[in-house]
Design a protein around this ligand. Structure first.
Ligand SMILES: [Zn+2]
Length: 312
């Protein structure tokens, strides 16, 4: 389409060129040629291009505020402008919670197995090997024992980057062992949920973990050991259907999406529009699924309060 400003732009360009040359009497051709490209296209070869360092800057998906990663880290990965809670992994949560960043990781030697020779876009074993190669975590959940303001606690935290934080047999086994460990040492237990649901590649073995973890948590309850569940963005599928909703206290991070099936599936099933804020923490709090919403910046303080309350 022809722009209405096209003529105006051309005029401006010409005046600009004339002013730069310090004269106004030159032929049209000379005026223009002075900033004409001699060589066409970009000629720098790929190997000579200078890479900009990755991950120095980050943009908030809610308010589009751009800030440095170190600035965001200082703010515990909460947007300084709109309080959006960025997704973080187990290492970050352990740093936020444990005193002086000191903690002992437990059951790090358990690995996933491809029992079913499952192939989707690629074989499951290949997917696992690739994930191990690009990350230092061993599976979608990491368990650690440490102190929160001098109170002992075992925290199991999920990593979304490891196959979507999916609930497979390793996650089930780690939670089961963590429960045994907590009963043996009389230490409270906490799970930080961040998962898309059961791990498809382990099929029924993943689904068995729902019963297994629920059974173990009831043993924890019989032993009168408190269990806290923190639901972060996103908490879905098998996790919501089992341990995430079994806590003595169930907390949510602000704005976290928490549910069983996703909003699109529900909308297609009930053939009705969903209410605003559906499946967000605030909506769930109003409907009684959560005990309270906790801002990440006050998480350690809140958890300490809970530990003191349950100790007495
Ligand atoms: Zn923001």
């Amino acid at each position: 389409m022809k722009s209405p400003f096209r003529g105006w732009g051309m005029k401006q360009d010409e005046d600009f060129a004339a002013n730069l040359a310090g004269e106004d009497g030159e032929a049209e051709e000379t005026k223009r040629s002075w900033f004409r490209r001699i060589k066409k296209n970009i000629t720098t070869s790929t190997k000579d291009k200078k890479e900009a360092p990755d991950g120095l800057w980050t943009k908030c998906p809610t308010c589009k505020l751009t800030c440095t990663v170190s600035e965001l880290r200082e703010n515990l990965f909460v947007c300084p402008k709109c309080e959006h809670h960025h997704r973080i992994g187990s290492a970050e949560y352990f740093d936020i919670l444990f005193d002086e960043d000191k903690y002992t990781k437990l059951f790090g030697n358990i690995r996933s197995k491809d029992y079913l020779n499952f192939v989707d876009l690629k074989p499951y074993q290949q997917r696992l090997d690739e994930t191990y190669a690009k990350s230092t975590i061993h599976d979608s959940i990491t368990v650690a024992h440490g102190k929160v303001n001098k109170h002992d606690i075992v925290v199991a935290c999920m990593d979304f980057e490891f196959i979507g934080g999916s609930l497979g047999s390793v996650m089930g086994e780690k939670i089961a062992r963590a429960c045994d460990y907590c009963i043996e040492h009389r230490v409270p237990f906490m799970i930080i949920n961040k998962s898309g649901g059961a791990r498809m590649m382990e099929s029924a073995f993943s689904l068995m973990q729902l019963a297994k973890t629920s059974g173990k948590l009831s043993q924890l309850s019989d032993a009168k050991i408190p269990y806290f569940s923190l639901c972060t963005d996103p908490t879905f599928g098998g996790t919501t259907a089992s341990f995430a909703m079994l806590g003595d206290i169930i907390m949510g991070e602000p704005g976290a999406l928490i549910g069983f099936a996703g909003p699109r599936v529900i909308k297609e099933t009930i053939k009705k529009d969903l209410p605003p804020g559906f499946q967000r923490s605030e909506f769930l709090l109003e409907h009684g699924f959560l005990d309270f919403i906790v801002n990440r910046r006050t998480l350690k303080e809140k958890l300490t309060q809970l530990l003191v309350l349950f100790k007495n």
